[in-house]
Design a protein around this ligand. Sequence first.
Ligand code: IMP
Ligand code: MG
Length: 193
Amino acid sequence: MIRYRHHIVLRAEELSEALDRLAERLLPMLGSEEVTAIPILGGAVFFAADLVRRLPAGLVMDFIRIQTYGDATSPQREAKPDWLPNPANVTGKHVLLLDDILDTGRTMTAARKFLLEQMGAAKVTVVVLIDKPARRAVPITADDFAVQFEEDQFLVGFGLDYRGRFRNLPFLAALETDLDGLPKRLESSQTVL
Ligand code: IMP
Ligand code: MG
């Protein structure tokens, strides 16, 4: 088991309360239109599953995959979709585009543009679990978010991963990083992930 220095930033109950509040705010924004909720695979599926169960029955779910992160903690390549939703779920529809985190904004910008321009979505509402404006590199703001962190920290849990791990943590933790931006390994006596 690989162990990293970390601290918990939001407990499971706090996340649940933030999602309750977010869902309440979204209800009027979604109106009575036909809505397709589209999480960006894979980190957003945890957040999306919890959020849509707080929204009215009858919305359609579909998925898009756009990868910008390899195994590092900063963006590596240009964002391009490699898994697309069914056009019938997007063309002319109001899309609720969901991601775990809005960081540089590249992933969300590429996904929104693709759904509007290539797939003919009527409207795209961008909602994220976490808004992290500190590293924003492209001008995009979320229509809404569950939580916002001003501090630039590398988060794991609730769908967010480091090297594919920790997505399944029910809470949100920040990994402590060294000067290279890489998570610090721990000695076994400390609290571990
Ligand atoms: P963006 O394109 O830089 O906005 O990044 C969005 C994607 O980067 C997210 O879907 C995450 O997969 C990943 N990401 C950004 N920040 C973090 C973080 O703090 N922890 C884990 N993944 C992150
Ligand atoms: Mg992701």
